[in-house]
Design a binder for this molecule. Structure first.
Ligand SMILES: [Zn+2]
Length: 62
């Protein structure tokens, strides 16, 4: 079972916050590359989910 969740992340490059949509599924972590909505530079977003709930979000410069 998967569903979309919108989370707010902070760009590691320009410091602006922007929302991304992610698919949460089983427990575990996913890593994806998102381009900042403000400065368009890529960031690596590591998301940990537990029972479909986002428990941790880690953002680093890609
Ligand atoms: Zn940015």
């Amino acid at each position: 079972m998967t569903w979309l969740e919108e989370i707010l992340i902070q760009c590691p490059q320009c410091g602006e916050e922007f929302a991304i949509q992610i698919e949460t599924a089983e427990d575990g972590s996913v890593e994806l590359i998102e381009d900042c909505a403000v400065c368009c530079r890529p960031a690596t977003v590591r998301i940990t989910t537990e029972a479909g709930e986002v428990t941790a979000v880690d953002v680093v410069a890609a």
